[in-house]
Ligand binder design. Structure first.
Ligand code: ACO
Length: 404
C-alpha cells in the first residue's frame, strides 16, 4: 500500500512530467491483492498465507483456487473446482494436429508459445472478457489444458504418441501419467514423487510482478485475447534471465564436474568470470523461502529413489556449503534461490532439462491468469503505456538517395 517509501506520481501525467526507470527497478506498475514478497526478510505470501504453510498443508490445485478466488476453498468448493478442471483437461483433436507442423527437435517452449496461443482460435466463447463467467471458464480451461499441452510437447519431441488425460488421478499425478505412461507400463503414482512435483508447482505458482507476469498484464491491458496473453507470458519466461535458471544450475554442475574443482570454480565466480547459478535474487536479499522448502524436498526425492549418493547431488551440496561460508557471498547477501534445488529434483524425476522451463510455465499459468483477471476486473484499469526518453537524431530533412 502507499506509505512513506512509496510515492504516488500519477498526477505527474497531468503536468507533462514523467519518471525514468529502465528495468522498473523502482516502479510499482499496479496494485495487487494476490502475492506479497518481503525481500529483506525472505518471506512470500499468497493471498496472505505464508508459502511454507501452503507447501506443507495445501496442494497445487487448492493453491490455484486460492490465487484465483482469494480464499481457500471449502470442501464442496474444492470438489467442484477439481471436477471442473478435470472436465477441461482434453484438448481439441485439431489442436493435436498443430504439432505435426513442428520439427521433431523443436524446443518445447517454442511449441508451447505456438500451441497455447492457438487456443485463442478454439474458444471464441471465452472472448467476452468483460463477463466474469467467461473469464472464469477461460481460467479453468487454461489450468486444465496447459499440463496436457506441456506433456504433448515432451511426447512429440520423443516421437511418442500422446497420452489421454486420466481423470481418476490428481492434477499432478495426471501430468506425470501424460508425460511417461506407455501402454505396456501404465503409470502407478508414487506419493513422494507426486508430492515433490506438486510442491515445485506450488512454489512457482506466482511471484507478483516478475517479467512474464508483467508481460501478461501489459498484453491483457489492451483487452487482448487471454490465451494470446498467456502465450506472451510463456515467450517472456523462456528467456534465460527468467525461467532458465534451474537449467543453468545443472549445466554449471556438469561443467564443475567433480568436488575437487569447486574451490577453483568459486575463485572464478569471485573474479567475475562467471556467476554461481541458482544463487542471488533481485528481490530476496535473504534466503529465498522457496529454496528452504525445495532443499528439503530434494532430500526426500533422492532418498526415495536411492540417489542420496548421487555425485551431482553431493557436488551441489558441497558447493552450497562452501558458498554459504564464503565472505564474497555473505557480504553481497547472495543465498541459494529455489532454482538451485528444483533442477536437481526435476532431473531425478526423469524430466529432461529442455522441459524445465515448460514445468515453470505450467506452474505459473495460474499466477498469470489470476493477475490478468484481477486487472480486467478493475473498473479503473487502463492500457499499459510506458513512456520513453528519446535520445535519437534531431529533426532533419529527408535526403534523396543519390545524395546520401
Ligand atoms: N553469482 C556471483 N555473484 C553474483 C550473483 C551470482 N549468482 N548474483 C549476484 N552477484 C553479485 C554481482 O556480481 C554483484 O557484485 P558486485 O557488487 O561486486 O558488483 C552483486 O552480487 C549484486 O548483484 P546484482 O547483479 O546487483 O543483483 P541483481 O539483483 O541485479 O541480480 C540475479 C539478481 C539476476 C538473480 C542474479 O543474482 C543472478 O544472475 N543469479 C544467477 C541466476 C539465477 O539463479 N536466477 C534465478 C533467479 S530465481 C527465479 O527466477 C525463480
Amino acid at each position: 500500500t502507499l506509505g512513506p517509501d512509496v510515492v504516488d506520481i500519477r498526477a505527474f501525467s497531468k503536468t507533462g512530467m514523467f519518471t525514468f526507470d529502465p528495468g522498473f527497478l523502482a516502479t510499482a506498475s499496479c496494485e495487487s491483492k494476490i502475492t506479497f514478497i518481503d525481500g529483506d526478510l525472505g518471506q512470500l505470501y499468497y493471498r496472505g498465507y505464508p508459502i511454507e504453510q501452503l507447501a506443507e498443508n495445501s496442494d497445487y490445485l487448492e493453491t490455484c483456487y486460492l490465487l484465483i478466488f482469494g480464499e481457500l476453498p471449502t470442501q464442496a468448493q474444492r470438489a467442484e473446482f477439481q471436477k471442473t478442471v478435470t472436465r477441461h483437461t482434453m484438448v481439441h483433436d485439431q489442436l493435436s494436429r498443430f504439432f505435426n507442423g513442428f520439427r521433431r527437435d523443436a524446443h518445447p517452449m517454442a511449441m508451447m508459445v505456438g500451441v497455447v496461443g492457438a487456443l485463442s482460435a478454439f474458444y471464441q466463447d471465452s472472448l467476452d472478457i468483460g463477463n466474469p463467467e467467461h473469464r472464469r471458464v477461460t481460467m479453468y480451461r487454461l489450468i486444465a489444458k496447459i499440463p496436457t499441452i506441456a506433456a504433448m510437447c515432451y511426447r512429440y519431441n520423443q516421437g511418442l504418441p500422446f497420452n489421454f488425460p486420466r481423470n481418476d488421478l490428481s492434477y499432478t499425478a495426471n501430468f506425470i501419467h501424460m508425460m511417461f505412461a506407455t501402454p505396456c507400463e501404465p503409470y502407478e503414482p508414487n506419493a513422494v514423487l507426486v508430492r515433490a512435483l506438486d510442491r515445485i508447482l506450488t512454489l512457482h505458482a506466482d511471484h507478483e510482478q516478475n517479467a512474464s507476469t508483467s508481460t501478461v498484464r501489459l498484453a491483457g491491458s489492451s483487452g487482448a485475447n487471454p490465451f494470446a496473453c498467456i502465450a506472451a507470458g510463456i515467450a517472456c519466461l523462456w528467456g534465460p534471465a527468467h525461467g532458465g535458471a534451474n537449467e543453468a544450475v545443472l549445466k554449471m554442475l556438469d561443467e564443475i564436474g567433480d568436488e575437487s574443482n569447486i574451490e577453483e570454480f568459486i575463485d572464478g565466480v569471485k573474479d567475475k568470470r562467471y556467476k554461481l547459478m541458482g544463487f542471488g535474487h533481485r528481490v530476496y536479499k535473504n534466503m529465498d523461502p522457496r529454496a528452504a522448502i525445495m532443499r528439503a524436498t530434494c532430500y526426500e526425492v533422492l532418498t526415495e529413489l536411492g540417489l542420496e549418493n548421487d555425485p551431482k547431488f553431493k557436488l551441489a551440496m558441497k558447493l552450497e556449503k562452501l558458498a554459504l561460508e564464503d565472505n564474497y557471498f555473505i557480504e553481497r547477501k547472495l543465498y541459494p534461490n529455489v532454482d538451485f534445488y528444483s533442477g536437481i529434483v526435476l532431473s531425478a524425476l526423469g524430466i529432461p532439462v529442455s522441459m524445465f522451463t515448460v514445468i515453470f510455465a505450467l506452474a505459473r499459468t495460474v499466477g498469470w491468469i489470476s493477475h490478468w483477471n484481477e486487472m480486467i476486473s478493475d473498473p479503473q484499469q487502463k492500457i499499459g503505456r510506458p513512456r520513453q526518453l528519446y535520445n535519437g537524431a534531431e529533426r532533419r530533412d529527408y535526403v534523396p538517395e543519390d545524395k546520401r
